[in-house]
Write a protein that binds this ligand. Structure first.
Ligand SMILES: C[S@@+](CC[C@H](N)C(=O)[O-])C[C@H]1O[C@@H](n2cnc3c(N)ncnc32)[C@H](O)[C@@H]1O
Length: 341
């Protein structure tokens, strides 16, 4: 039978029409504390509604939707967290992504509400959504709770990706890794766990240092990782033969990236290298979807964007680096290694 081209399949449109509702349904579950409340097993709906200060009819609708979204499962005993919800959506889990979920719900949601204006003007939406001007990380870190929330959100993603990033190349010959903007230190921890002779320094803004010390202190390699406070644009950089930038480059304008890469290049010895952890866009930029969405996310909240390997190579070569190699990983972040020739 001939295909009716006047009535194409509406599935893609219908799916996207609903997509934000699915995200918000998960955000609401985390914000309400549902997965935490079910951490030790099923509970009666009425008891849950009372504990979460929720309307029980509305909560029942949400609960059924969470089953449909594979965040809860129904057994004979009642409704319980699926393994994914238990690992990533409970605040007591070491692998939690609740910080990133909370940040998406409380902060990004309002920035994305102005995406049309971001596209018209080509700039982030902090002022429009919140009335804030000034350096972007002052917004991310507007108070202690936001800083912790944002940084632990990054940490959850980092736990999934950093072991893949440090395994993307053989880094066994390097002695001292300097992880600039290293936050909780998940990349330095993953690197030191994989390369037993490696020592590392997590370098970040002063406000992040206490949390970095806390997370690194609880890791099995804390005797090989130091934490230093500083501004990577202006302060002297620690000495090392391997630098790392994990989810840093897409935050900044091209001028600032050049400034940072040039500083790193000048600080490295010959044969030293820079490891970049980012999701690479395909050469034609038509995928992967996650990187495309993240590039739009960067538009709403930073000065930067996501890039292809060729675009990273151009930035790195302009700063003086020689050989540049990319490696796509099976995790949310890929890896790029640039060597000082
Ligand atoms: C998007 S987060 C990435 C954190 C970490 N590398 C990761 O992948 O999870 C950016 C980090 O850069 C740090 N940062 C921002 N501006 C900085 C600066 N001028 N000097 C040092 N660190 C900075 C922030 O505090 C934050 O921890």
């Amino acid at each position: 039978m001939a295909k009716d081209i006047t009535r194409p399949d509406p599935a893609v449109v219908l799916d996207l029409l609903e997509a934000f509702r699915r995200s918000k349904t998960m955000f609401a579950a985390v914000a309400l504390g549902v997965f935490d409340a079910l951490e030790n097993g099923p509970r009666p709906l009425a008891e849950l509604a009372q504990e979460l200060f929720a309307n029980s009819d509305a909560l029942e609708r949400l609960r059924d939707a969470w089953v449909g979204l594979q965040l809860l499962k129904r057994s004979e005993a009642g409704y319980e967290n699926t393994p994914a919800a238990a690992a990533y959506l409970c605040t007591s889990s070491p692998r939690r992504l609740t910080g990133y979920v909370g940040w998406s719900n409380a902060v990004m949601w309002k920035l994305w509400a102005h995406l049309e204006d971001a596209v018209r003007e080509g700039t982030h939406r902090w002022k429009q959504a919140y009335g804030w001007d000034g350096p972007i990380f002052e917004h991310f870190f507007r108070d202690e709770a936001s800083k912790r929330e944002f940084t632990m959100g990054m940490h959850g993603y980092g736990l999934i990706s950093s072991p893949h990033v440090v395994a993307a190349f053989d880094l066994g010959k390097f002695q001292r890794l300097i992880d600039l903007g290293g936050a909780t230190g998940h990349l330095a921890i993953a690197a030191c766990r994989r390369y037993l002779n490696l020592r590392a320094v997590g370098f970040d803004l002063p406000g992040v240092v206490p949390l970095a010390r806390e997370v690194i202190g609880a890791s099995p390699v804390d005797d090989r990782i130091d934490v230093e406070a500083g501004d990577f644009f202006t302060d002297p950089l620690p000495a090392g033969d391997l630098f790392a930038l994990g989810r840093i480059v897409p935050d900044w304008s091209e001028d600032k990236i050049h400034q940072l890469l040039t500083r790193i290049h000048a600080r490295l010895p010959r044969g030293g290298a820079l490891l970049i952890a980012e999701k690479l866009l395909e050469d034609d930029k038509l995928g992967p979807r996650w990187a495309q969405m993240q590039s739009l996310n960067m538009l709403t909240c930073t000065e930067g964007k996501e890039r292809t390997l060729a675009e990273y190579e151009a930035l790195l070569k302009r700063a003086g680096f020689g050989e540049v190699t990319g490696c796509r990983t099976a995790s949310p972040l890929d890896a790029v290694l640039a060597v000082k020739g």
